[in-house]
Design a protein around this ligand. Structure first.
Ligand code: AMP
Length: 215
């Protein structure tokens, strides 16, 4: 079980790159944000607990997140994983390490996706997701074939509730403060690789692959 992590601010393109790369890396794309959005849509206990925090741009409690991810490891035992949006706090990183050690493995590489704040804000502002299947588009950079309609399933494209301006400001602030601990944590383990994510999805994907090969 190889574990690779995509880390970076909201809107930097973690989900876009992860969905393009998962097949190439023979890995399962595990997006904690997508799992939470599914739980909200299904109205589960987790969804109810997570929903109001997410729409305000706050993090969901560490214990819930670690249990959610470990459950995925157990359901798909032995597969390689590309983690998108997890870990997001130093405690999650430590608990992830402990959970992986118990399964005889560890984090292979953490890719730190970097882009200037103005680029991230542009990406978040134009982001639209499919209300049915969760596929992600951008009004200018990754437009669907028909405006407002999902290419994959024909569902309606909507703006995520946490892509509102107040929630974006909060999410960026939360991200910065958590990275103050997370980046040194992984750097000190020799598995942190910063990557330029300011270009096109193709360029970013190539940069990530190069970093993974070097790592
Ligand atoms: P994302 O789709 O990765 O941008 O995540 C959307 C939202 O889900 C975040 O703003 C958090 O509220 C919540 N979330 C996703 N992953 C985590 C995590 N690892 N820890 C805490 N909250 C999370």
């Amino acid at each position: 079980m190889r574990i690779r992590v995509l880390m970076g601010p909201p809107g930097v393109g973690k989900g876009t790159v992860a969905s393009r790369l998962a097949d190439k890396l023979n890995s399962r794309h595990l997006s904690t944000g997508d799992l939470l959005r599914e739980a909200i849509a299904q109205g589960t206990e987790l969804g109810i607990e997570a929903g109001s925090r997410m729409s305000k741009g706050e993090l969901v409690p560490d214990g819930l997140m670690v249990a959610l991810v470990e459950d995925q490891f157990d359901r798909h035992g032995g597969l390689d994983f590309l983690l998108d949006g997890f870990p997001r706090t130093a405690l999650q990183a430590r608990l992830l390490d402990a959970g992986l050690a118990a399964r005889g493995t560890r984090v292979d590489a953490v890719i730190g996706m970097e882009a200037p704040e103005r680029v991230v804000l542009q990406r978040l502002g134009g982001r639209r997701i499919c209300g049915s299947c969760g596929a992600s588009f951008h009004t200018a950079f990754i437009p669907p074939r028909t405006e407002g309609v999902c290419d994959r399933c024909g569902g309606v494209l909507v703006r995520r509730p946490d892509d509102r301006d107040e929630a974006i400001v909060r999410r960026l602030a939360v991200y910065r403060s958590q990275m103050d601990e997370l980046e040194p944590y992984y750097r000190s383990r020799g598995v942190y690789f910063p990557v330029d994510a300011s270009g096109t999805p193709e360029q970013t994907e190539a940069n990530v692959l190069t970093a993974l090969e070097r790592g």
